[in-house]
Design a protein around this ligand. Structure first.
Ligand SMILES: [Fe+2]
Ligand SMILES: [Fe+2]
Length: 395
């Protein structure tokens, strides 16, 4: 196949249209933009008859036949306009839901069905390059709940500390379940023009699945049992699951919720009663920091594109706080368990220190939220308000 001025030339020899010639002709047409021309040299008399009707059927344009001095024909075929350029419409900024699952960069035949994607705008998805980098980091950083944790080193603990560990792990696993379910809901709504976002969310879901696994294993590893699931936690997580807007979900789940979890996991690592618990907290925090990074850059981009968004996000946080009306603080079972974890025993002096450590955790969480909210693009005053309205469930 040789390119010549404005056209692609192919030599079909004596191939019949139905005898292999199409395997040369179709790819040659496919190389061209609509309106481009394929010059087909052919010595097959049948092609003279078959080619014009094939062109009509396939929506290409049969231009003309030039007889050649050696008795062959030169058929000129114009590339039809049936394929559409992929993805974003320059006028509306929206990706076309009729391109279905065609990967970005493919040329798409016209007439495909409309897909039910609702996240079709570039500014409603996170920035592609950073998302791609986070996806690459996530795939490299995968670890295994069974193999990479030294489960054989779990130490027997005093009953009160063992119960505290069981309660903390129950609370973590419950919140992790929401962190698995919430992103899953948005994957099917994302236009594949933003496939890197769906791919990143898949790594996040794998991370959360592993976190659920590892926390439940730890709860039971020392012969202990799971703890209590509180109504406060349940209400807080339902309000996450009910979100219908991707950016709101990224904001509440990743910036505020998982962001706050970074401080919680640091606390658990610092006060862990054994190296296994510390290792679990360290590894899950490394994963969570990717999820938080993803959420922060998503919200930062969205705030930059939409001047009314900050107000809308504030309203979402207010509404969420209203669903937790009457809840004054952190659920008691987790508050007590975190206190005992830091105390390390039931000795009153140690419990006083544990209580103090827990108070410090709450102020560390607030300070961390302020920092992340400002990083995401809010003013310090907005950040202060949003952090104060954040759920006492942490996530
Ligand atoms: Fe997680
Ligand atoms: Fe997460």
């Amino acid at each position: 196949m040789v390119s010549r001025a404005g056209a692609v030339a192919i030599n079909g020899g004596d191939l019949a249209l139905g005898g292999g010639l199409l395997a040369l002709l179709r790819p040659a047409l496919d190389l061209l933009a609509p309106g481009g021309v394929v010059a087909l040299r052919s010595s097959s008399a049948g092609v003279r008859h078959d080619l014009p009707s094939w062109c009509r059927f396939e929506r290409h344009t049969y231009l003309e036949c030039e007889p050649q001095s050696d008795g062959s024909d030169l058929h000129l075929v114009g590339r039809g306009r049936f394929a559409v350029a992929y993805a974003t419409d320059a006028a509306t900024g929206e990706a076309d839901p009729h391109t279905g699952f065609a990967p970005l960069g493919a040329r798409v035949e016209r007439g495909g069905p409309r897909y039910p994607f609702t996240i079709n705008r570039r500014d409603s998805a996170p920035p592609p390059q950073t998302t791609r980098q986070l996806y690459d980091q996530a795939t490299l950083a995968q670890w295994d709940a069974a193999r990479d944790i030294p489960w054989d080193r779990v130490q027997p603990l005093s009953p009160i500390v063992e119960r505290a560990v069981g309660q903390v792990m129950t609370f973590l696993a419950e919140n992790e379940l929401s962190a698995l379910y919430v992103p899953s809901k948005f994957v099917a709504r994302l236009h594949p023009a933003y496939a890197e976002t769906a791919m990143f969310l898949a790594t996040q879901m794998m991370d959360e699945a592993r976190h659920i696994d590892v926390f439940l294993r730890r709860a039971r590893a020392g012969g202990g049992a799971l703890g209590v699931s509180s109504v406060t936690t349940s209400r807080s997580l339902l309000s996450l699951l009910e979100l219908e807007d991707f950016t709101e979900a990224a904001f509440l789940l990743s910036v505020l919720g998982e962001g706050t979890f970074l401080d919680l996991l640091r606390y658990i690592e610092r006060h862990a009663p054994d190296e296994v618990t510390a290792e679990i907290a360290r590894r899950t925090r490394a994963d969570e920091s990717r999820h938080v990074h993803f959420g922060v850059m998503h919200v930062r981009q969205a705030l930059g594109c939409d001047a009314a968004l900050a107000r809308r996000l504030e309203e979402t946080v207010r509404q969420r706080a209203a669903t937790l009306h009457g809840v004054s603080g952190v659920p008691a079972p987790i508050q007590d368990a975190l206190t005992i974890l830091a105390a390390g025993s039931d000795e009153p002096g140690a419990v006083a220190r544990g209580h103090e450590a827990f108070r410090e955790l709450l102020s560390d969480m607030h300070a961390g939220r302020l920092k992340r909210l400002v990083h995401a693009g809010f003013t310090p005053a907005q950040a202060q308000l949003l952090s104060e309205l954040h759920t006492p469930n942490f996530m």
